[in-house]
Write a protein that binds this ligand. Structure first.
Ligand SMILES: Cc1ncc(C[n+]2csc(CCOP(=O)(O)OP(=O)(O)O)c2C)c(N)n1
Length: 538
């Protein structure tokens, strides 16, 4: 068989049913081999969105998904998709076509050193120089993408290698020198955590995106319930626990709830799980280290001590660690501490006001998510809309997908496309701003072509709202390069793609319109008129 046939065979062996990509000559042999396979090839309208669609698909299936691009501009277009997946630790295998082996390094037409360019944005990359390596490389790529701290892996395949005939041999057992991800937490460290919890008076769990990636939500919730320890989340950790759970005290960070931040600063033991403690989540980590014990649980050794120096480091898989922690009896009561947190929460009055006569975005997200299916998937874009979403989303048993790590505008529509293809029976809603919508609105065509029906909401404030808010706060209201005006005509646009259109001018008919929007069988676009100067922060 040819190298291209082998690439397809390898994807089939991994159980891949769909790939998201954009072709070109350098990847044509591989596409030609896909033609004869059962794998569905989805033509996105821009390579970056292939990466985001694979991200949405992978986050729902919890397995690596595949995106494809051709050499040169196709591959460079894909970089932002890979960088987004890398920052959010999403498992993915990206396949790019490359110029012929003998032309490598000669700056020929559409040559880009994509493995070099992607070096900081992928977990690992391969440039295939020998066709016999294809079976091993593909098997390793899926293994690397999905084990340890998950992330994207790139396989760059020159066109001559794709065309070359060879004898396919099943790859052997995977053995990668230097790559042995640790999954079981060390028992000595686990015992230290238990001792620390028993001594603590004000313990707090901070759940990050790693909790969801590691499927540890249930074990952590059970642990919180068993011990009575309260919990906060980062933005990527939203969804680790139901919003209305009595032990949940909100999302922390600059854009989070003041009472979640108070919980962190009042705690005497902070158990950070699957979170890298970035600047948006914790403003002054060195201050936190001084006043409390810190346990840091992460699958990635490199995260421990990177942004916050833990007293007790614990490397391993969050789910396995919490299942282990659940085996111990802890009879300390933290009722006084949780009562105090409830009091703090009650006294944190939200003084933000939203302009009358428009949609209040916070109430809108709350009412929308209250009415969504229990297991719905909510995909938030980037900007004010994202922060209003994360803050007010009523989590039940569904998923909240966003890019908290890279913050790539335009993520929501292609990621929702991938999520809906991964779980056609689930309700999927993408929520974006009018700026982020225009960064990936070309994917409405993909939705339409493949008949993937989901819902899109645009919080239309006629501005790149979050940057406008920044200019308001820091540059004396010198608004530059942030006005979007009222362009394009969104009703006409939705018609062009066969979508139903809903418009919410103000709060009067909000609940009724939301219900009609969610109930409609077609894909639909809902525009919410948000006042142009409404802000995330007071
Ligand atoms: C690809 C990309 N370019 C620029 C930015 C910087 N940025 C962050 S939020 C934002 C504005 C988003 O505007 P919009 O999508 O209209 O949402 P809003 O903030 O108004 O809700 C910008 C430009 C980004 N995050 N991603």
């Amino acid at each position: 068989m040819t190298g291209a046939d082998a690439m397809v065979k390898c994807l089939e062996a991994q159980g891949i049913g769909v790939v998201f990509g954009y072709p070109g000559v350098a990847i044509a042999p591989f596409y030609n081999s896909l033609y004869d396979s059962k794998i569905q090839s989805v033509l996105v309208r821009q390579e970056q969105n292939g990466g985001h669609a694979a991200s949405g698909y992978a986050r729902i299936t919890r397995k690596p998904a595949v995106c494809i691009a051709t050499s040169g501009p196709g591959a460079t277009n894909l970089i932002t998709g890979l960088a987004t997946a890398y920052a959010d630790s999403i498992p993915m295998v990206a396949i790019t076509g490359q110029v012929s082996t003998e032309l490598l390094g000669k700056d020929v037409f559409q040559e880009a050193d994509i493995t070099g360019a992607c070096e900081p944005f992928v977990k690992f990359s391969y440039l295939v120089k020998n066709v016999n390596d294809i079976p091993r490389i593909f098997k390793e790529a899926f293994y690397i993408a999905s084990t340890g701290r998950q992330g994207p892996v790139l396989i760059d395949v020159p066109i001559d290698i794709q065309k070359q005939e060879f004898d396919y041999k099943e790859p052997g057992e995977i053995s990668i020198r230097g790559y042995k991800p640790k999954v079981q937490g060390h028992i000595v460290q686990i015992k230290k955590v238990i001792e620390a919890i028993k001594k603590a008076k004000r313990p707090l769990i901070c759940a990050g995106g790693g909790v969801i990636l590691g499927h540890a939500e249930h074990a952590i919730q059970e642990f919180c319930e068993k011990t009575g320890i309260p919990i906060v989340t980062t933005m990527m950790g939203v969804g680790s626990i139901a919003k209305r759970h009595p032990l949940f005290f909100g999302m922390l960070g600059v854009n989070g709830k003041p009472y979640a931040n108070r919980a962190v600063s009042e705690s005497d033991l902070l158990i950070i799980v699957g979170a890298r403690v970035n600047d948006r989540a914790v403003g002054a980590p060195s201050k936190l280290e001084q006043d409390r014990l810190i346990v840091h649980i992460d699958i990635d050794t490199a995260e421990i001590g990177k942004n916050i120096g833990p007293t007790i480091p614990l490397v391993g898989d969050a789910r396995l660690i919490f299942e282990r922690l659940l085996e111990y009896e802890i009879d300390t009561s933290y009722d006084e501490w949780t009562d105090e947190l409830r009091e703090i929460k009650r006294n944190c009055v939200d003084r933000r006001t939203f302009h009358e006569g428009y949609i209040n975005p916070c109430l809108f997200v709350e009412h929308l998510t209250d009415r969504m299916d229990e297991n719905a998937v909510y995909v938030a874009d980037v900007g004010q809309n994202q922060l209003w979403s994360a803050d007010n989303y009523v989590m039940k048993k569904g998923r909240f997908l966003t890019t908290g790590g890279f913050g790539t505008m335009g993520y929501s529509i292609p990621a929702a496309l991938g999520a809906k293809m991964a779980a056609p029976e689930r309700q999927v809603v993408a929520v974006c701003g009018d700026g982020s919508f225009q960064m990936s609105m070309m994917e409405l065509a993909t939705m339409c072509q493949y008949d993937v029906k989901f819902k899109i909401i645009i919080m239309k404030n006629r501005y790149l709202g979050l940057v406008r808010e920044y200019q308001y706060n820091n540059y004396n209201e010198h608004y530059i390069a942030v006005s979007l005006e009222d362009i394009p005509d969104l009703e006409k646009l939705s018609g062009a793609y066969g979508m139903d259109y809903f418009y919410l001018k103000d709060m009067d008919l909000m609940d009724q319109t939301i219900e009609e929007f969610l109930a409609c069988n077609n894909s639909a676009l809902m525009v919410c008129d948000v006042y142009k100067f409404d802000k995330v922060k007071e």
